[in-house]
Design a protein around this ligand. Structure first.
Ligand code: S3P
Length: 432
């Protein structure tokens, strides 16, 4: 686990193969959904990190028994209505996935609860979940549209109202929140979304026996008529963590790496399409389905990178990868443009403003738009940046140092422990 400032300097080349910890989105879902099942779930390759600890702590507050044995998580699920009222507000830390998915599960359970989080989480928009939940007759209030969220008691036998809801923006967290509440509704709920957000909730709940039907852009959730089956699975590696290694190998000439057993869900593989479009050589091998999720090995060899434009649905399919992608853009020939990405302003930080500000500190010439940015390649020099309370920004700035003319120092880099505590070790493995 890494603490404090982090500095990387020009690397010769990256080579070799690595295996990454489990996917963050899948880890959040597996732990929460296991709590809603009846009986013991065994989840291997669980991501043990800052944000997933928040979900586990929340389960403790709700009196769900769980234990970690290394990367194996064992949860004794108590059923859809099995949460006990917590004695104090639940602190979700920096984790929007925890607060938004938990709100949906608590709505289904009818458990009264206050959900709160860090100063950063308290700034993130929550009316995007309270609005559909209120339509479903969930007794919930936000605080000026943000956390803390107050869920009031509802009798367990009293179903919620089914809903036909169109998401204003593509968001897997909002979709998942509504889906979880819909498990306790009095009829079939329909959720429509404007873009292809990650569909892990659909796949995992379906694998546990829930009646979930999907067609392009529409999810139908049938109320649960029997309890969810426990999970017995090994999670896929995190493609969002892999992205930092892939970009690092793309920008260091002569690199060739392999990342084994990574999740290749098509709603998450936008970064592979983007890097391919820029000229990185990417090959997938050993592709297979594991517990309903596509998994495979990613081979990447560096090639001369050229600028591209990213917009439309591709933005949704790589929504967490823009900090890493921006570093590839810094080493590409030409001007890389990102549009249709206003959602980046509502992540752990305002990722358009903070990312552009930090890159400018390293000498990068760029333009900022309301919904994206344009990066002039080959202008990054190096210098001192800041993690700025955003794990993905910290890791992105760090990998820039592997190929920049001068080293990069990242202050407050310990924030990377939120999602990828192994980051430094994995980079070092590839540098040898
Ligand atoms: C996530 C969904 C995405 C993503 C986040 C994890 C999830 O957020 O940015 O890191 O696990 O459902 P949105 O739903 O807000 O797009």
């Amino acid at each position: 686990m890494f603490m404090s400032d982090l500095s990387f300097q020009k690397a010769q080349k990256l080579s070799g193969e690595v295996l990454l910890p489990g996917d963050k989105s899948l880890s959040h879902r597996a732990s929460l959904f296991a709590a809603l099942a009846e009986g013991e779930s065994v989840i291997d390759r669980f991501l043990v990190s800052g944000v997933t600890r928040m979900m586990l702590n929340a389960l403790t507050s709700l009196q769900i028994p769980w234990r970690l044995e290394g990367e194996r998580l064992v949860v004794t699920g108590q059923g859809l209505h099995g949460f006990r009222e917590p004695l104090a507000p639940i602190n979700c830390g920096n984790s929007a996935t925890t607060i938004r998915l938990l709100a949906g599960a608590l709505a289904a359970a009818g458990t009264p609860c206050i959900l709160d989080g860090s100063a950063g989480l308290r700034k993130r928009p929550m009316e995007r979940i309270t609005e559909p939940l209120l339509r479903m007759a969930v007794p919930i209030t936000a605080t000026a549209g943000c956390a803390p969220l107050h869920l009031m008691k509802r009798a367990a036998h009293q179903p919620l109202k089914e809903v036909d809801y169109t998401l204003p923006v593509a968001s897997a967290q909002v979709k998942s929140c509504v889906m979880l509440a819909a498990l306790a509704a009095d009829g079939v709920s329909t959720i429509r979304e404007p873009g292809p957000s990650r569909d892990h909730t659909e796949r995992m709940l379906f694998s546990m026996g829930a009646d979930i039907r999907t067609t392009k852009g529409v999810v139908e959730v049938y109320p649960l008529t029997r309890s969810l089956n426990p999970l017995h699975l090994s999670l896929a590696g995190d493609i969002s963590s892999a992205a930092f290694l892939l970009v690092a190998a793309s920008i260091v000439p002569g690199s060739s790496i392999c990342i084994r057993d990574v999740g290749l869900n098509p709603t998450r593989t936008g970064i592979l399409d983007a890097l391919r479009g820029m000229g990185a050589l990417i090959k997938l091998e050993n592709e297979r389905l594991v517990a309903g999720e596509p998994v495979g090995d990613i081979h990447l060899s560096s090639g001369a990178l050229k600028a591209i434009t990213v917009c439309g649905d591709l933005v949704v399919r790589m929504i967490d990868e823009f900090p890493a992608f921006a570093i590839a853009a810094c080493f590409a020939e030409g001007v890389t443009v990102v549009r249709d990405a206003r959602e980046l302003r509502f992540k752990e930080t305002d990722r358009i403003a903070v990312l552009c500000g930090e890159l400018q500190k390293l000498g990068v010439q760029l333009e900022m738009f309301d919904d994206g940015f344009a990066i002039h390649g080959k202008t990054l020099k190096g210098g001192v940046g800041d993690g700025a309370g955003d794990h993905r920004i910290a890791m992105s700035l760090a990998i820039a140092g592997l190929a920049s003319p001068e080293p990069v120092i990242v202050q407050h880099a310990e924030i990377l422990n939120e999602s990828f505590p192994d980051f430094v070790t994995q980079i070092q493995t590839l540098m040898k």
